[in-house]
Design a protein around this ligand. Structure first.
Ligand code: SF4
Ligand code: SF4
Length: 374
């Protein structure tokens, strides 16, 4: 009886690996453990987590518990990187925001459907993703706190799926794996524009991280860095600490991965030819055409965040040292120009300070584009 059971588990494990290979899933693994002690320890130790609004401290704690109805957690990791060939004066939208969703979502859903077709209960779980990927033995955490998938690097989307079946060869991995590549390196710590990464690494102050700031504009304590150029031109997300990482460079070279320059951006499921040219009503139309109500809700929320950015510009405009009239008044009075906020405009005012007088900078700003009245 025992032999029969082991065979079934083994078959499922083999089938899952085959399925992943056939469907372009870069990494798949699983683990049995239901506790994340190191994750919880780090959440409790970092007081900033109690001040974050978009997710309560209680919720951060709750996600570290796997319901008893699931016997194993399957972790899927997919390389979503498009490239980092941003135009010199242009906006930067992180690979994560441009392509993680679209790349990872359908593949993870395919795994869920595959398991369900076998009569296995399979559901996406909201677990600490990077810790789960480590526990499934897929890679390690770098000093920048990013998860590095073995042989791929840190530009990977992670999905965790709870199943009510046992799987052979469940990993005994740990939550945090300190990789030898980081031992004599501090490039990510030194390159972070806002010094958000702890001096020794492996911890970030989320309230200083640009990615947090520009994706959750309404966080009461996430303040615009001073000076605003510190934002390094990032409109959505930030990948500076991954761009400079030798582990990413080496892996990319080794793989000889061709950098794909897409003629269109894929922003929150909306394929748009040029983010600077799309009118607001087209964006609204595209949101309403998204089939899944959940996806639509998420995109709508992100669009609202973008609006909040734009509203906040009115405050920035009042403080702007380059507020000397002309085009700036036109931009600032409407409270819609994001150039100042994002440090995108490199033009100087008469007193040599950054200002947003140049209209073409305003016109290129997605903050304007995505504003409902834009
Ligand atoms: S930049 Fe250096 S220290 Fe930071 S994650 Fe990469 S290898 Fe580790
Ligand atoms: S994402 Fe950007 S701001 Fe955040 S830690 Fe990395 S480099 Fe710093």
């Amino acid at each position: 009886m025992i032999i029969k059971m082991r065979t079934r588990q083994n078959n499922l494990a083999d089938e899952l690996r085959d399925f992943a290979r056939q469907h372009g899933i870069d990494k798949i693994g699983w683990f049995r453990s239901t506790k994340f002690p190191l994750y919880l320890q780090s959440i409790e130790a970092r007081k900033e987590y109690s001040r974050i609004k978009y997710r309560s401290l209680e919720k951060f704690r709750q996600v570290a518990v796997v319901s008893e109805q699931f016997r194993a957690v399957v972790v899927v990791a997919v390389d979503y990187r498009i490239g980092d060939d941003y135009p010199e004066e242009g906006l930067k939208i992180a690979n994560y925001c441009r392509s993680c969703w679209q790349t990872l979502g359908p593949k993870a859903e395919a795994v869920i459907a595959f398991l369900q077709n076998k009569g296995i209960k399979a559901e996406p779980l909201d677990l600490p993703a990077r810790a789960s990927a480590c526990m499934a033995g897929l890679g390690f955490i770098g000093k920048n706190t990013m998860f590095y998938a073995d042989g791929i690097g840190s530009y990977v989307g992670i999905m965790t799926i709870g199943i009510d079946a046992d799987l052979e060869e469940a990993s005994q991995g740990t939550e945090r794996v300190c990789h030898r590549g980081c031992v004599n390196c501090s490039k990510c710590i030194d390159a972070c524009p806002t010094r958000a990464i702890n001096d020794k690494g492996y911890a970030i102050n989320p309230l200083k991280c640009i990615s947090m700031f520009n994706r959750h504009a309404d966080e009461p304590e996430a303040k615009l860095p001073d000076p605003p150029e510190t934002l390094d031109g990032w409109l959505l997300g930030c990948e500076k600490c991954q761009e400079v990482c030798p582990m990413n460079r080496c892996l990319r070279n080794k793989k000889n991965k061709k950098v794909v320059i897409t003629p269109e951006l894929n922003v929150y499921g909306m394929k748009i030819p040029n983010v600077a040219e799309i009118p607001a009503q087209v964006v609204r139309g595209k949101i309403s055409s998204i089939q899944s109500p959940e996806d639509r809700k998420y995109v709508e929320k992100e669009r609202k965040d973008m609006e909040n950015h734009c509203r906040a510009i009115a405050d920035c405009a009042a403080d702007c040292p380059g507020n000397t009239g002309g085009d700036f008044e036109q931009a600032g009075a409407g409270g819609r120009c994001s150039g100042f906020r994002y440090g995108l405009c490199s033009h100087k005012s008469r007193n040599g300070q950054i200002c947003v007088r140049r209209t073409d900078a305003r016109e290129r700003c997605p903050g304007l584009v995505l504003h409902p009245g834009g």
